[in-house]
Design a protein. Structure first.
Length: 324
């Protein structure tokens, strides 16, 4: 980078229940942060006011000005115009000009993008993918979001809707995903699918997982993916089986990604990714069998640097050019 402004960037992470804001320096370090509630089902103006309240609180706490504001918001949205289109998790906003309204209030440049795209850029600039040119990022939790970064720039595609990797199908006869397609990797390998797979196995034979049933207080129907992770750490064989099968499904999916994009790094974040980290070596070992690419084994599979703060860092990363 050339001359760097002494002013930091404010990253904003908007979710269905919260607005997180943070002050981020030119090295991607989050210097301070705060959270406020988000009235996702309120009026458009109430939603904007919640975001403004969170920004104001962060600016007051930092005691200094900011260079620009980067916002992670649920999609679909238009990253070029900063208009939030019709996100299921934020019904308060429909065709809402979020970037324009924030810029008018604070009179600094504002950029808006979806959380996975922004997190992918943050990992590329400052995190696990720093130094790589062709980056594929996936966040695996309640759903699966992905981002693609080429030469430090997010790949948006023609309309801004690229990188919906969670809705790449690996089984056209598989279960119906919320998106309307069958066999998407999200419906097969995200957190809810892990919990469902464990519940199905327990229903077949309740004697197989005393650890899981103990965590669920004997109620097999209340088993969650988090419980599967806890049971695995306690040495439960059924939990290991469930997570190993999940890793196998992700291996098939990553094979498709590698053959399509030929990335030079794969970065995985999110709560489920942390749970699956013990299976990364197994996934890497099996990956070449699911790829045409003869050099698939050379591609690193890395855990993301930014955890719960990925949205704040991602928002700041959107404004990286303003640091130059």
């Amino acid at each position: 980078m050339n001359a760097i402004s002494p002013l930091p960037i404010l990253g904003v992470d908007i979710g269905g229940t919260k607005v997180a804001t943070g002050i981020v320096d030119c090295d991607g370090k989050i210097l301070a942060q705060t959270r406020k509630p988000m009235p996702a089902h309120g009026t458009p103006e109430a939603g904007l006011e919640a975001v403004a309240s969170a920004i104001d609180a962060m600016m007051a706490a930092s005691g200094r000005g900011i260079l620009s504001i980067g916002v992670c918001a649920p999609g679909p949205l238009d990253p070029t115009t900063g208009v939030v289109l019709n996100p299921p998790n934020l019904p308060c906003w429909r065709n809402f000009p979020l970037a324009e309204r924030i810029q008018a209030k604070y009179e600094v440049p504002v950029k808006v993008d979806n959380d996975a795209n922004a997190a992918a850029l943050a990992e590329t600039l400052w995190g696990a993918a720093h130094g790589y040119r062709y980056v594929f990022y996936a966040t695996i939790g309640t759903g699966i979001g992905t981002g693609i970064v080429f030469d430090n720039a997010i790949y948006h595609g023609r309309t801004g809707a690229a990188a919906e990797g969670g809705h790449v199908s690996i089984d056209y006869r598989g279960p119906l995903c919320a998106c309307g397609k069958r066999g998407c990797i999200e419906i097969l390998a995200a957190g809810p699918a892990i919990g469902a797979r464990a519940r199905a196995k327990i229903a077949e034979d309740r004697s197989r997982s005393s650890a899981l049933l103990s965590l669920a207080k004997g109620d097999a129907d209340s088993v969650t993916s988090e419980m599967v992770g806890q049971a695995f750490c306690a040495g439960d064989p059924l939990a290991r089986e469930v997570l190993s099968e999940t890793a196998d499904l992700l291996t098939v999916w990553f094979g498709n990604i590698v053959d399509l994009l030929d990335p030079d790094v794969l970065v995985v974040g999110g709560g489920v990714a942390a749970m699956l980290r013990p299976f990364f070596d197994e996934l890497k070992h099996k990956l070449p069998a699911w790829c045409v690419n003869p050099r698939a084994s050379e591609i690193p599979l890395l855990i993301a640097h930014y955890g719960a703060d990925a949205g704040i860092a991602g928002g700041a990363a959107l404004c990286f050019d303003n640091f130059r």
